[in-house]
Design a protein around this ligand. Sequence first.
Ligand code: ATR
Length: 281
Amino acid sequence: MAHSDRFLLAGVMGWPVMHSRSPMMHNYWFKKHGLAGTYVPLAIRPENLTAALRGLHPLGFAGVNVTIPHKQEAMKIVDDVDALARSIGAISCVVVRPDGSLAGTNNDCYGFIHAVKQEQPGWRADAGPIVVIGAGGGSRAVCYGLAREGAREIRLVNRTLDRAKEIEREFGAPIKALRWEDRHETLEGAAMVVNTTSQGMVGNSALEIRLDKLSKSALAADIVYIPLETPFLAAARARGNRTINGLGMLLNQGRPAWKAWFGIEPEVTAELRAMVEKTIS
Ligand code: ATR
């Protein structure tokens, strides 16, 4: 909760983290609400994650977001994990309680589903099979959200098949873990395809996938937002598919995080989106 006599502190822990646009978004909200505070990028090596999280309370942080590659590890470190994050198997947000204990939650699922509904108002999760590429923390939130929205078949492909199988075991139907080599063919008959891997993100190579089996009416989504249009989305758009980039998910997941840290649910305004977009090529 906000205290008027305190400088409010939050941040994002990632490795790497300097490309993150979360500081820009949260600092916009501090200004918008006339609050004294700041949100900082925290470059935390995986081996320092425990010490970094435990340092939040003495430093006076209200909480942090956690991002690549910490989403699953951080869940093991915090003191409490809410039911949603436990079901997903990853956290995206840590709240520092007054006694110094750490509570983990996951806002990625909310962020992704809200973004899809905002940008494609007629969208339905049960419109047809959905292909999800990747099986990390981001994928878990996406798969969980899609299943909760009523998806009947989620074809999950990942370079490391075991990670996809683990999600299949934990989530049960509608998840079907499939081999990485078969990713091109899994697109046949799909109503939607989502990239949750880090492929296509600035500094990484593009996701290698042939789209020739994908129906022109299918929706293509990426949770990567730098660049705004990944090579995967560019290829999908070039052949006539509708696309959704990862920025909507980033903006929307910030709202419940702010609510948990500062007691205020901020707005994702057109001004905020335009401001962030302008900084991404
Ligand atoms: P996050 O928790 O943020 O989702 P992560 O757990 O590191 O991050 O997951 C990254 C995802 O990108 C994984 O699905 C990973 O595949 P593996 O499980 O096989 O590691 C995927 N990924 C990363 N580099 C990749 C590459 N070069 N080719 C294909 N997939 C890749």
